[in-house]
Write a protein that binds this ligand. Structure first.
Ligand SMILES: *Cc1c(COP(=O)(O)O)cnc(C)c1O
Length: 238
């Protein structure tokens, strides 16, 4: 199968899962996770009609932005290091992985200095795993509240990376828990949190059943990531 064929079949699977959940097609958007992959592949998908691309390294993504042409939307989905914060904007239109108030205030301050406005999702560590980032479900209500007051950040919802489960079915309760947490936070904070970034290659159908609005799919689209990460040639660094 070509990349375009895989994209078409993935879109079809997403559409079917959305229909089964009795949700509207436009409520679920595909984030094509292009981290480590060549800009040529991004260009192919962009030409086919894919809009949103997910990257997890600022420099790698910035180099790719220079090399592809068209109306791509770039989302940052990885762990954002504090020394990379000032390079995030402009370019990224959504940060899926805001995981601390400290990072949030840094982003807000830089956004203010440079005249931006940044939509963000709060990452929830739903399995309380030490290997993963994110707020804990039982403390996010109090801990993350200061983020709502930061004038340059717009908190749009939650994101999760649940523990690895053998069977995708088992991930479904993690997704349900995050959806319920979103509902609780909307009541507690008195604001709308419309976005839920949940589901990857092996479990996006379960995530859609539980209300996901962004599925982040890498492997099922681009194939396995080899150990080799795409890097710009020196003359492409600009
Ligand atoms: C890499 C990555 C994905 C994509 O995972 P696949 O299993 O390749 O679909 C999704 N979300 C985040 C945060 C990632 O880092």
């Amino acid at each position: 199968m070509t990349l375009e064929d895989r994209w078409l079949s993935l879109k079809e699977q997403i559409a079917r899962a959305t229909e089964r959940a009795r949700r509207q097609a436009e409520q679920v958007r595909l984030v094509a996770v292009s981290k480590t992959h060549e800009p040529e592949k991004i260009q192919q998908l962009l030409n086919a009609g894919q809009i949103v691309f997910g990257e997890s390294r600022v420099q790698e993504a910035r180099a790719k932005m220079e090399l592809v042409s068209g109306r791509a939307e770039w989302h940052f989905i990885g762990n954002l290091q504090k020394n990379k914060v000032k390079h995030l904007m402009p370019g990224f239109s959504l940060l899926h992985s805001l995981d601390s108030v400290e990072l949030g205030s840094q982003l807000s301050r830089i956004s203010e200095e440079q005249g931006w406005h940044l939509p963000v999702l709060l990452q929830v560590n739903v399995g309380r795993e030490s290997s993963k980032h994110g707020f804990f479900s039982d403390t996010i209500g109090v801990e993350a509240q200061p983020l709502l007051e930061m004038p340059r950040l717009e908190v749009r919802g939650l994101m999760c990376l649940p523990p690895f489960r053998e069977k995708p079915q088992e991930a479904r309760r993690d997704f349900a828990r995050v959806r319920e947490l979103r509902d609780e936070l909307e009541r507690a904070w008195g604001c709308a949190l419309p976005e839920l970034s949940m589901g990857m290659s092996h479990d996006f159908e379960q995530a859609i059943a539980e209300g996901s609005t962004f599925v982040r799919v890498g492997k099922a689209l681009f194939g396995e990531r080899s150990g080799k990460t795409w890097r710009p040639l020196p003359d492409e660094m600009g």
